[in-house]
Write a protein that binds this ligand. Sequence first.
Ligand SMILES: C[S@@+](CC[C@H](N)C(=O)[O-])C[C@H]1O[C@@H](n2cnc3c(N)ncnc32)[C@H](O)[C@@H]1O
Length: 316
Amino acid sequence: MSTPFVSVLALRSHTKSWGDCCQGVAIPVRDSAQLENGETMGTANDDLAPEMEALKAKLKATWMSGDFDKIAQIYAPGAAEFVERLALRPGERVLDVACGTGNLSFPASRAGARVVGLDIAPNLLETARARAQAEGLEIRFDEGDAEQLLYEDAAFDTVITMFGAMFAPRPEKAAAELIRVSRPGGRIVMANWTPTGFIGQMFKTTSAHVPPPPGMQSPVRWGDEEVVRERLRDGITSLELTRRHISFKFPLAVPDVIEFWRAWYGPTQRAFAALDENGQQALRRDLERLWSEHNRATDGTTHVESEYLEVVAVRG
Ligand SMILES: C[S@@+](CC[C@H](N)C(=O)[O-])C[C@H]1O[C@@H](n2cnc3c(N)ncnc32)[C@H](O)[C@@H]1O
């Protein structure tokens, strides 16, 4: 049997409650899967079609390429503001889906919430765990898939995801899982790049040179209000959609920003790697044009603002 994400450490009929303690942060785990030690995490078999399994393996490898933490640090202040708006209560149970290195998990934990972060990329989780230990924060980081969350129904008060769950290839499954693990009255809060915002345009520019893998819906559809209403129509009592902006400021000129992005952002790294020399030059030229057109800095550095859709849904 093959599994999309490392080995399944343990599959047992067992349920943990928030009262149980498991490496700092106790979590209620679904019957079909039990977290063993918090170091690595597999998922229960989703009976994936071979094409979907291959796509998921490719997406995982893409996100493990480069070092997303270098990009995450650039917009960490905007991530902290997103968490501040949540006004989390001490002890609130928060799940950060597709947490990366914890841009949302850390400010949520500092605010006193009990935080679990989940991501498909084990290398990013390693960075997050080391940082949590260094800061003395009890955040649990699990390896897993947004389309098949490891937790029991209604396990969390607030489920958050910043530029994360939007990248799951089967959005209906991701949406259903975000809702399933939220308690009635709990919140599901997403930050999703819009198609017309800067990062949305960057995806479009890159896709013109390297088409996305077959079977993959465009992630930025999660940044379209109508699509979000449709995807979150079941099990929600209220839905607030707000367009916001987040800053990317680099002490670098535009061409160096492109190289920075290429070195550290897995999807951009993979796109360049798929092209020959001429293709790389063409992609670089188009990305430089896009960044230059949006650059607000006038001192030789780079500052762009990228639009995203903030989604606040309340679970019925
Ligand atoms: C753009 S990064 C954002 C990370 C983090 N939320 C932040 O804002 O810093 C996207 C993240 O989504 C994760 N990811 C992509 N698809 C996923 C999936 N199906 N399940 C869980 N995580 C996923 C990637 O590994 C990556 O860490």
